[in-house]
Design a binder for this molecule. Structure first.
Ligand SMILES: [Ca+2]
Ligand SMILES: [Ca+2]
Ligand SMILES: [Ca+2]
Length: 477
């Protein structure tokens, strides 16, 4: 054996030992750092990771092997005041024919902007299409697909995907209505557009919705009729649906932030009403009651009331979940539904702050095919939820993965199914848990793309180490 071969063999053994000695079947690496609020990460047909940076207002392409960051465009019109995490450049979706040489090299983005040319601030949201120029590796020829969508300072949704039907799907939140600084703003989540509004291209009811949009921005002929009106609205009754992804089964899944309980995983179906603000999670009257702060009774002005997350004065109308008789589509799973009589104020919230979703469909990781991967931003981990064969229900326990002091905002899976890429929040907003479960607000890998790669050999060794464990006798503890 030559020295070179020996060194190579030794390094392979060392790498093998290091991998195998770790209990996890996944090896971790930092792919790229120095990003500003990476918000969407998606695998491109060019073998690059396409990333939107919410606060930097850029779309970048990142080489998953070297971490080299190649800016494709900066969208100066994208508006982010730097004081919330619900504004700026959010959604990013690649046309299914991108780089296939058929003249459809399109990339779609979704972002907040100021529609008022003067000093006034008129927050709106839009979908814009760019054409990718492979020679210059840049996004060119911007065209607005759909503009003048409503926006706010909170709960923006903002995830953008293209379905197998080649329609754009965009999630929109309720803009924080009836909550915190927006407590006098009425909830848009149950509002449906009238025929007159659609004719006038007035999209002001589109908060708390998932929209389905033709690639040219028009309303698809086969969108659901809701209250006798066809619009871009595909489903409604949403609070803050930040995750949106189609599975290979053609089904559309969404994650949604709940209030103090009941973040949700939903199967999105045409015309579905997902309950907000009348219902959080299941219609079970556990903990959540709808306080309609924006519509106080007895002639009281909302602005004269002091908002309190846990109790409301008598002038604020309240509706228990069971009192609302609307048609309701329950979630596939909640994170988490509390027991009867749970005291949120005393015992704390039970949410995970659900980030983007990915439908895992590869055979590469045994047992994972047909699962949802769902980051919990405040939990410093990713949840894996197994779906039933028909994709209509969630089965078994959640598996918790990739624990680190990171706020995982979004994820992507490599085509071989072995690597999960995760985009992380920057320091400055929010908190998460470190692997020991301690709350932290300084993160392990802020503003980064990190990767976990499955190692079949390490997985097999970990399994064989676990196998011989003998049953303990009852008194052995
Ligand atoms: Ca993604
Ligand atoms: Ca719901
Ligand atoms: Ca409930």
């Amino acid at each position: 054996m030559t020295l070179r071969r020996f060194v190579l063999a030794a390094s392979i053994v060392a790498a093998f030992w290091l991998t195998a000695s770790a209990q996890s079947p996944f090896t971790f690496r930092v792919v790229a750092t120095g990003l500003s609020s990476p918000w969407e990460v998606t695998w491109g047909p060019d073998g690059q990771l396409w990333v939107s940076e919410r606060t930097a207002r850029r779309v970048v392409r990142i080489d998953p092997a070297t971490g080299a960051i190649k800016p494709a465009v900066t969208i100066t019109e994208s508006y982010d005041p730097g004081t919330t995490w619900h504004e700026g450049l959010m959604g990013l979706a690649l046309h299914p024919d991108l780089l296939k040489g058929v003249g459809s090299d399109y990339v779609y983005v979704a972002y907040t902007y100021d529609a008022d040319p003067g000093p006034e601030m008129a927050r709106r949201f839009k979908i814009r299409r760019f054409t990718y120029d492979a020679a210059s590796q840049s996004l060119t020829a911007p065209i607005d697909v759909l503009a003048n969508l409503p926006a706010g300072t909170d709960h923006a949704g903002g995830r953008l995907v293209i379905g197998p039907d080649r329609k754009l799907y965009l999630s929109r939140g309720d803009f924080g209505a009836n909550f915190l600084s927006n407590y006098c703003v009425p909830s848009p989540a149950q509002l449906l557009p009238t025929a007159a509004q659609v004719a006038a291209r007035d999209w002001s009811t589109y908060g708390g919705k998932i929209l389905r949009i033709n690639l040219d921005g028009s309303i698809p002929d086969d969108n659901p009729m809701l209250n006798g009106v066809r619009s871009h609205v595909y489903s409604y009754g949403h609070r803050n649906p930040q995750g949106l992804q189609f599975g290979p089964n053609g089904r559309l899944y969404s994650s949604e932030h709940g209030p103090d309980t009941d973040d949700e995983l939903n199967l999105i179906e045409a015309g579905g009403n997902y309950g907000w603000p009348y219902v959080a999670g299941y219609r079970d009257d556990r903990s959540y009651v709808f306080y309609d702060w924006s519509h106080p009774t007895n002639g009281v002005a909302c602005t004269s009331l002091k908002f309190d997350q846990f109790s409301a004065p008598p002038e604020v109308p309240r509706t228990r979940e069971s009192e609302w008789k609307g048609t309701f589509t329950p979630p596939l799973r909640t994170f988490f539904t509390v027991p009867e009589g749970y005291d949120i104020k005393a015992s704390g919230g039970k949410t995970i702050a659900a980030g983007g979703v990915e439908v895992y469909s590869s055979p590469a990781i045994p047992g994972w095919a047909n699962s949802i991967l769902l980051p919990g931003m405040t939990m410093g981990r990713v949840y894996r939820i197994k779906l039933s064969a028909d994709g209509r229900t969630a089965e078994g326990e959640n598996e918790e993965l990739f624990r680190a002091a990171n706020r995982y905002r979004d994820l992507a899976v490599s085509p071989d199914g072995r690597t999960i890429f995760l985009a992380t929040d920057n320091n400055g907003f929010g908190r998460t848990l470190d692997p020991a479960g301690t709350p932290v607000n300084a993160f392990a890998n802020p503003g980064a793309i990190v990767a976990f790669t499955y190692n079949a050999v390490a997985a097999k060794q970990a399994a064989s180490r676990r196998a011989p464990r003998r049953a303990r006798s009852p008194g052995a503890r």
